[in-house]
Ligand binder design. Structure first.
Ligand code: ADP
Length: 488
């Protein structure tokens, strides 16, 4: 059995996962898990990239001791947007800033003057959001950043880590597509936008497709990890791109949901959708595997439940996620709704209290028990999914009769069933580890162990459990949807 290693980094924690496979069955094992705390320092909020790199090396070392020569390749996926600047000697010019870094403040307005958002959208298919690399680079330009002036290369976080592992500098396309500086039609940099922002053209280097073999581990890394000669693959380096690759969709109408702390719903399509309607709906065009476009929208997610759980733990009651889903399922249905994307739910805090306040302010029945609060949050999330789904229907002209959901959030079976009910659509849920699965199959394709994405998705389908949820009580939910729409 061959082993492929997926390094999966989130904005909070990271993991090294081993995928053991005979090309017919894929089994996952978590080898090493570590924190990835962003740190506020004078001058900004940063990522401790050296610390992360050391943890990655530690994970690789443990993997080597467990699997030895069976390890075939290594791939990295991370959150999007964040980047570092390098000089001509390959040295990183300062720690990468976190996308939350306040340097973005005022930059959307500044960018609007240089190129209006509608025009940026026509070029990049990305709406202006505080986390886009474009705005953070503009902030550096505005302060005449010495790093920007001295830089010869811009690399995104997974690109930097891959460079440190194997010594090859390359910008991977799926992560670059989150920057608002790439044209999803050509897959290359959007020079119009780069020029409009006055950014130095020469830092934007070669873009490689997901599934490009970059090269073997550097001698120093091979020495520390024991993994001599093992190649690093530029996998689908943006974690959502890996997640979408790892959700085994079939047929023409590919509607997916990546469900975790946040929910991202999207279509897998061949061409970007950059119409005024798509911009008005705040949908983004990011790139995926095999030249696909991920036409998507961010929606609030299980963050609401996570924060309820945290608050109740502070108050002295520790509850597991399965228990929370059960409590929601036992409470009275459809008593009140919230808009899960309302800004009052965005920051950490007393989520149960905020849900109660929202219901009180909007003249609805105030949920008092834990079960009722969770039920309001979960049903509202499901109804919000329907709002987005209806928009995708009108934007794409497709009807969609199945939603493919993957990620940790699908373990909340009450939410999965509510989604099927609210949206009147069959929900096929699996796998929980969609991101790692996607990362691994892209490596397998890159190294000639699988012919293509379809074969990779078949491997995932054959290896994991999937649950199908069919819609129930359609009339009741249609009526609830009308009430929910009025609330928005
Ligand atoms: P992230 O997006 O942070 O990687 P995950 O994909 O790990 O998040 O999903 C985490 C979410 O999944 C949690 O917030 C929780 O609501 C949900 N979850 C995890 N395990 C369970 C479970 N056993 N039952 C119900 N929900 C679960």
């Amino acid at each position: 059995m061959n082993v492929f290693l997926a390094i999966d980094l989130g904005a909070g924690s990271g993991r090294v996962i081993a995928g053991e496979t005979d090309n017919k069955d894929l089994r996952l094992e978590e080898i090493h898990r570590f924190d990835n705390p962003g740190t506020d320092l004078p001058g900004g909020s940063f990522w401790n990239l050296v610390g992360l790199f050391r943890d990655i090396q530690e994970g690789l070392r443990i993997a080597q001791s467990r699997y030895g020569k069976r390890i075939v390749a290594i791939g990295i996926d991370t959150w999007g947007c964040d980047f570092g600047l390098l000089d001509a000697h390959g040295r990183l010019l300062g720690l990468p800033h976190q996308y939350r870094d306040p340097r973005h403040e005022g930059m959307a307005e500044a960018m609007e003057k240089l190129m209006p958002e509608a025009e940026v959208y026509r070029h990049t298919g990305i709406t202006s959001n505080f986390y886009n690399s474009s705005l953070h680079l503009l902030a550096e330009k505005k302060i005449d950043s010495p790093a920007l002036a001295a830089a010869t290369d811009l690399l995104f976080v997974p690109d930097i880590l891959a460079y440190w592992l194997c010594g090859k500098k390359a910008v991977e396309r799926t992560v670059a597509s989150t920057s608002q500086l790439l044209d999803p039609g050509t897959g290359d940099w959007s020079w119009d936008v780069i020029d409009a922002l006055g950014l130095p053209r020469d830092i934007f280097g070669e873009i490689v497709a997901p599934g490009t073999v970059l090269g073997p581990l550097r001698t120093e890394v091979a020495r520390v990890t024991g993994l001599e000669g093992v190649p690093v693959v530029a996998s689908a380096s943006h974690d959502t791109a890996s997640a979408v690759a790892g959700i085994p969709m079939e047929g023409d109408d590919r509607l997916w949901l990546s469900s975790g702390t946040w929910s991202i719903m999207g279509l897998e399509t061949a061409e970007p959708i950059r119409t005024d309607e798509a911009l008005a709906a705040r949908c983004c065009n990011e790139l995926g595997v095999d030249g696909s476009v991920r036409f998507l929208k961010n929606i609030a997610g299980l963050w609401l439940i996570q924060e309820c759980r945290r608050q109740w733990a502070i108050e002295g009651e520790e509850l597991g996620y399965a228990e929370l889903a059960r409590l929601a399922g036992e409470a009275d249905p459809l008593t009140a709704f919230i808009d899960p994307d309302d800004p009052i739910f965005a920051a950490p805090g007393d989520m149960p209290g905020r849900i109660r306040d929202y219901c009180a302010k909007t003249g609805q029945t105030v949920p008092e028990t834990k079960g009722r609060i969770l039920r309001v949050a979960t049903e509202s999330l499901a109804l919000k999914y329907r709002v987005v789904l209806e928009r995708f229907r009108s934007l794409s002209g497709k009807s969609f009769d199945r939603l493919h959901a993957g990620g940790g959030g699908i373990q909340n079976t009450f939410l999965a069933q509510s989604t099927a009910d609210a949206a009147g659509i069959e929900v096929v849920a699996g796998p929980v580890e969609a991101t790692s699965c996607g990362n691994l199959i892209v490596q397998m394709i890159a190294t000639g162990h699988l012919p293509d994405l379809a074969a990779g998705r078949k491997l995932i389908r054959d290896s994991f459990e999937f649950q199908t949820y069919t819609p129930r009580d359609t009339a009741t939910w249609d009526e609830a949807y009308e009430r929910f729409r009025k609330l928005l």
